[in-house]
Design a binder for this molecule. Structure first.
Ligand code: NAD
Length: 344
C-alpha cells in the first residue's frame, strides 16, 4: 500500500471541537443552538443515524430534540410538525431523516423546511444558492468531502475531478463544490460510457455509487486523491465502501477508509452547519464556502496542536473559525509545545 490514509475520525474530531467552541461562545451570548431531528417510522438504519446525530450534538454542547412519529404518519401531520418547528424561535435547524414511509412525498417535505433552518442543505433555495455561488448552507457529505480533499494539501484548482454518482444529496453537489473550487469536473453515472478510462484520468476521484468495491485499482490514476462515500453492508455484516480499498490504496496518493472516512466527517459537518445557522459570527462572512477552509496546513496544525494538548479548538479566542492559522498563532502553539515537552 502506498496511499496515505485520510483520517476521517481525526478531521471530524477537529471539526467537532471547533463546533463545540462556537456553541460555547454562542451560549455565552445567550444563544442556545438547537437541532430538531424528526424520525418517522422504525427504519433500523435511520434510528442509528438519528441516535448518532443526537449524540454528536450532546458532545458539542448543542441542544437537540428527537421527535419520533409513527410509521402511519400522514403527509399533513408531518408538514404540520415542520410548520410548528419552523415557527419555533428556539429551534435553529430542522432535519427530517430520510427515507420516509411511502405515503409521504419526500420532495414536499424538503420544500417545507425553511432554507434558514435547512441543516441538510437540500431545500431548493439552498441548492440554487450553492449553484449560483451565493451564501448558503451546504449539504454535509459533499462539504465534508471537500474538507477531506483539502486536508491532504491537494490544490483542487485546475485538477481533473471525477464524481461517480449523480444523486441530489451526494454526486451533484459534490460536483458543484469541486467546480466552485475550479476543478475540471466530470460526472459519471449508470449510463456513462468508458467509465474506467474517465476515472483513470482523475486527479481527484469521488465515488458515490452504493456498490461495494465498484472502483478497482485499474480505475485509479497513480497518486490520485480517492474519496469513498459509499456505505454498503456486506454479507459479512461489515461496512464496505464503493472503492476496493486494497487495490486502490496501492495506486492512489491519498484515500479515505470505510468505515472511518466520509461517514464521521459528514456527521461533524452537520454540527458545523448548525452552529452557523445559530448565528455564529462565522455565518456572517460573505463567502458561501466559508465552511470549507482553504489551507490543509490549517487543519493539520490544529489537529496536531489538539493531539499534543497545546490548543483546544478554534474558538475561545485562540483561533478564528474558518481562517488560516496566522504566523503568530503557529508560533504560540510551538511555544506552548516547547514549554510542555522541555519545560522552558
Ligand atoms: P443513489 O443510489 O441515490 O445514487 C447512486 C448513483 O450511482 C446514481 O447517480 C447512479 O447513476 C450511480 N450508479 C449506479 N450504478 C452505477 C454504475 N454501474 N456505474 C456508474 N454509476 C452508477 O445513492 P447516494 O444517496 O448518492 O449514495 C451513494 C453511496 O453513498 C451509498 O452507498 C450511500 O450509502 C453512501 N452515502 C454515504 C454517506 C456518508 O455519510 N458517508 C452519505 C450519503 C450517502
Amino acid at each position: 500500500m502506498s496511499a496515505q490514509i485520510i483520517d476521517g475520525k481525526a478531521l471530524a474530531a477537529a471539526t467537532k471541537a471547533e463546533a463545540a467552541a462556537e456553541a460555547a461562545a454562542l451560549k455565552a451570548k445567550g444563544i442556545e443552538p438547537c437541532l430538531a431531528v424528526i424520525l418517522v417510522g422504525e427504519n433500523p438504519a435511520s434510528q442509528v443515524y438519528v441516535r448518532g446525530k443526537v449524540k454528536d450534538c450532546g458532545e458539542c454542547g448543542i441542544k437537540s430534540l428527537e421527535l419520533r412519529m409513527p410509521e402511519t404518519t400522514t403527509q399533513e401531520e408531518l408538514l404540520a410538525k415542520i410548520a410548528e418547528l419552523a415557527a419555533d424561535k428556539t429551534v435553529n435547524g430542522i432535519l427530517v431523516q430520510l427515507p420516509l414511509p411511502k405515503q409521504i412525498d419526500e420532495r414536499a417535505v424538503i420544500d417545507a423546511i425553511p432554507p434558514e433552518k435547512d441543516v441538510d442543505g437540500f431545500s431548493p433555495v439552498n441548492v440554487g444558492r450553492m449553484q449560483t455561488g451565493q451564501p448558503c448552507f451546504l449539504p454535509c457529505t459533499p462539504a465534508g468531502c471537500i474538507r477531506m480533499i483539502e486536508s491532504t494539501g491537494t490544490k483542487i484548482d485546475g485538477k481533473n475531478a471525477v464524481v461517480i454518482g449523480r444523486s441530489n444529496i451526494v454526486g451533484k453537489p459534490a460536483a458543484l463544490l469541486l467546480l466552485a473550487k475550479n476543478a475540471t469536473v466530470t460526472v459519471c453515472h449508470s449510463h456513462t460510457a468508458n467509465l474506467k478510462e474517465i476515472c483513470a484520468n482523475a486527479d481527484i476521484l469521488v465515488a458515490a455509487v452504493g456498490r461495494a468495491g465498484f472502483v478497482t485499482g485499474d480505475m485509479v490514476k497513480p497518486g490520485a486523491v480517492v474519496i469513498d462515500v459509499g456505505i454498503n453492508r456486506g454479507a459479512d455484516g461489515k461496512l464496505h465502501g464503493d472503492v476496493n480499498f486494497e487495490e486502490a490504496s496501492a495506486v492512489a496518493g491519498y484515500i479515505t477508509p470505510v468505515p472511518g472516512g466520509v461517514g464521521p466527517m459528514t456527521r461533524a459537518m452537520l454540527i458545523t452547519t448548525l452552529y452557523r445557522m445559530s448565528g455564529s459570527p462565522a455565518v456572517t462572512g460573505e463567502n458561501p464556502y466559508s465552511d470549507v477552509p482553504a489551507g490543509s496546513y490549517y487543519e493539520k496544525a490544529v489537529i496536531w496542536a489538539m493531539q499534543k494538548g497545546v490548543a483546544n479548538g478554534m474558538g475561545g479566542g485562540k483561533f478564528e473559525p474558518d481562517t488560516r492559522v496566522t504566523r503568530q498563532q503557529a508560533v504560540t502553539m510551538l511555544y506552548r509545545y516547547a514549554v510542555k515537552i522541555a519545560g522552558i
